[in-house]
Design a protein around this ligand. Structure first.
Ligand SMILES: [Zn+2]
Ligand SMILES: [Zn+2]
Length: 383
């Protein structure tokens, strides 16, 4: 997409030079009326601010519009997916794993799994609900005295520092990080903490399932492998759990008999248990890796006092300054620990427990309209 404006620019120049050359070859009596017609046409759409970027943006406007519509629509599908997949894991945990834990584990491990599992579940559900339902924060549309850095071309309102326009929400967002389809919401000043905490606790939950279920997964994988060999040995009679459930597979009474009276102790319930364990382990491990990477990336950004959008802006600015022999300093970087304290709203030590490790609906530091610039005065920040 970055190449498009320059390509269009070159194309426009080529067109202009072609028309100039052909006009020079025309006789005088044709050249004048043609110029007049051209002047008339160009007066209909002339704008002194138009350049190749604006033309390309206008040409691609229907494409952007379609992408925005699709993202808006897929947002609801993605939210449904998050809820449905998480619920399926919960179902497996309560129906298959919890009875097994209660029957076979020692009291210490029972307490650990019940306490940790439920704490993690509450943290995931709370932060996901808050991240999707909390407004990210919008700049005021009415006239005000708040300092601003630019004017939004689409909303035609002043933009406070760190504010950016979201094409999907079609409005400006305070301290915008990105538009998240998995939340069907923009991530901005008022829900950034909820978004990050959700990513963190979802990653921890998936890691917990993946690590504590690894032995069960290996056992289940071996058992399923064993079933397959058994099925091959029975010369094409596909004995599957689903088949037994709906009663279509065992075509001969002998097959049913041999299945139930064979030396193997596996039942339909065992097969479903093993398949559920495999499904849970594969899903949670995949999410742990993918979401874990995203969480680490956001943690790096928070340590630097940047949002995802500012990361691009700041790296461009840093390159520009380096070329001129200067060093760029992010004005919103208050130092690693202070950045985390500001992000989580930690004002005293006990807040690490009550505001980070337990569900908390406190509002973030500041109003998102005006920002303290580094270096800070001592009494400016509650850290
Ligand atoms: Zn805007
Ligand atoms: Zn948005």
């Amino acid at each position: 997409m970055r190449l498009c404006p320059s390509v269009m620019h070159l194309f426009a120049r080529w067109l202009r030079s072609c028309s100039r050359r052909s006009r020079n070859r025309m006789p005088q009596r044709l050249r004048e009326p043609l110029s007049y017609v051209q002047l008339l046409i160009s007066s209909l759409y002339f704008n002194s601010l138009t350049n190749s970027d604006v033309v390309v943006d206008s040409l691609f406007e229907p494409v952007f519009w379609m992408v925005d519509i699709l993202t808006r629509w897929f947002g609801k599908v993605f939210v449904f997916l998050v809820v449905a997949l998480t619920s399926s894991i919960l179902f497996i945990a309560y129906v298959c794993l919890l009875p097994m834990v209660l029957n076979t584990y020692t009291p210490f491990w029972i307490v650990w799994h019940v306490c940790y599992g439920h704490w993690n579940l509450i943290m995931i559900a709370f932060h996901y609900y808050k991240a999707t339902s909390t407004s990210p924060g919008y700049p005021p549309k009415m006239k005000n005295d708040i300092p601003f850095v630019s004017v939004c071309k689409k909303c035609v309102i002043p933009k406070p520092p760190r504010t950016h326009h979201c094409g999907i929400c079609n409005t400006c967002i305070l301290k915008m990080d990105h538009h998240c389809p998995w939340l069907n919401n923009c991530v901005g000043h008022f829900n950034h903490r909820y978004f990050f905490s959700f990513c963190l606790y979802m990653t921890l939950g998936c890691l917990y399932c993946s690590v504590s279920g690894r032995t069960l997964f290996i056992d289940a994988y071996n058992a399923i492998d064993h079933f397959k060999h058994m099925d091959v040995e029975k010369q094409g009679v596909p004995v599957t759990g689903v088949g037994l459930l709906i009663g279509i597979v065992p075509q001969e009474p002998m097959t049913v008999k041999s299945y139930h009276t064979s030396s193997t102790p596996y039942t339909f319930k065992d097969r479903m248990f093993h398949k559920s364990v495999i499904y849970m382990w594969v899903l949670t491990s995949t999410v742990a890796v993918a979401l874990g990477g995203l969480t680490v990336w956001h943690a790096i950004l928070i340590s630097r006092g940047e949002t995802s959008i500012e990361r691009h802006i700041n790296s461009k600015e840093a390159k520009y300054m380096t070329k001129r022999g200067k060093i760029y300093k992010n004005p919103y970087n208050y130092g690693k620990l202070n950045n985390w304290k500001v992000f989580f709203g930690v004002e005293k030590k006990s807040h690490w427990l009550t505001r980070v490790l337990l569900p908390s609906g406190h509002v973030p530091y500041g109003d998102g309209l005006a920002w303290d610039i580094y270096p800070l005065k001592k009494d400016m920040m509650p850290v």
